[in-house]
Design a protein around this ligand. Structure first.
Ligand SMILES: [Zn+2]
Length: 315
């Protein structure tokens, strides 16, 4: 499909060839960060099957809940999310932009967490959605996740609403570079610096003390000397209007909406559920726990995405 609007470069264009994506779903789901839930029952499967069969142009919105089965914790899940387990909160955009020491702390943690964070594999839910796309069932996929797992699974008709940790953006000249390349610069600048990772957050952040980050050296943009930032929308920042308009256009072309693994607590994703409701599109939600749109969804399934979506046969 041709798009008049320019959308950000995909991770594919920026060095994700480091892995061979096609054959690498995790053999079995990692459920450490997934809230306990019952397996989907036959009625739920049949109802979702009917919904998907009737949809011709499905807009799919995914959130952190689809990646928890790949071993990446979300922020909000009851008992197992990062907010429930720790007092850590993600960095704020203004803090990153205005404070050199905040950036040093962020990048030191991100440097330590990167090898593990970047190695996470797509799970059965990501692969199911990729499969649906290839069969023409998914008109567009919108993800709130920054973990590149949809890209790794092979999805192409996709917008990464909040960017992707696999890309780095220069705040000075706007150049996008690969996070894998930045890791090499970090290693060259910090040949003797060592720290251990203790738990990785949804954005690749890990836990380090102030003392550990004190001597960590952060490179500037090699082209203009500007500040390097992950190409990710931090908390306190907003998604560009261009990107929001692009997704609204895809939604206008769609005939139904599936929300998978999101509580829709963040407005940047919730607005598309509201827009779908306004357009009177049927909305189905697959999420463990309540969401902000349960009351106007045509169907709400309290199931694990990786257990339910692969059972559906797109027709
Ligand atoms: Zn630059």
């Amino acid at each position: 499909m041709s798009c008049a609007l320019k959308v950000p470069k995909s991770c594919r264009a920026l060095g994700l060839h480091h892995y061979r994506w096609s054959s690498m779903a995790s053999a079995s789901p990692n459920l450490a960060f997934v809230p306990a839930t019952q397996p989907p029952d036959a009625v739920e499967v049949e109802t979702l099957q009917r919904f998907v069969s009737h949809s011709q142009r499905l807009l799919v919105l995914t959130g952190a809940g689809i990646s928890t089965e790949s071993g990446i914790p979300d922020y909000r899940s009851e008992g197992v999310g990062l907010y429930a387990r720790t007092d850590r909160r993600p960095i704020q955009h203004a803090e990153f932009v205005h404070s050199a020491s905040a950036r040093q702390r962020y990048w030191a943690r991100n440097f330590v967490g990167w090898p593990q964070f970047s190695s996470h594999q797509p799970n059965a839910a990501h692969l199911a959605l990729r499969h649906w796309e290839r069969l023409g069932k998914v008109h567009w996929l919108v993800t709130q996740n920054v973990d590149a797992l949809h890209t790794k699974a092979g999805s192409q008709r996709m917008t990464e609403l909040h960017g992707c940790t696999h890309r780095v953006l220069c705040l000075g000249c706007g150049e996008q570079t690969s996070r894998f390349e930045l890791q090499k610069y970090f290693e060259a600048l910090n040949p003797t610096w060592r720290a251990e990772a203790h738990g990785v957050a949804p954005d690749g952040d890990v836990f380090l003390t102030e003392e550990q980050v004190h001597n960590f050296r952060v490179p500037a943009c090699s082209r203009c000397g500007g500040i390097l930032k992950p190409d990710v929308t931090f908390f306190g920042d907003t998604v560009s209007q261009e990107k929001v308009d692009f997704v609204h256009k895809r939604l206008t072309e769609s005939d139904s909406m599936l929300v998978a693994g999101s509580s829709l607590q963040v407005y940047s994703g919730y607005r598309f559920a509201l827009a779908a409701q306004e357009k009177k599109l049927p909305i189905v939600i697959v999420n463990i726990g309540p969401t902000r749109s349960d009351h106007f969804a045509a169907l709400k399934l309290n199931s694990r995405c990786g257990a339910l979506l692969p059972l559906i046969v797109p027709q």
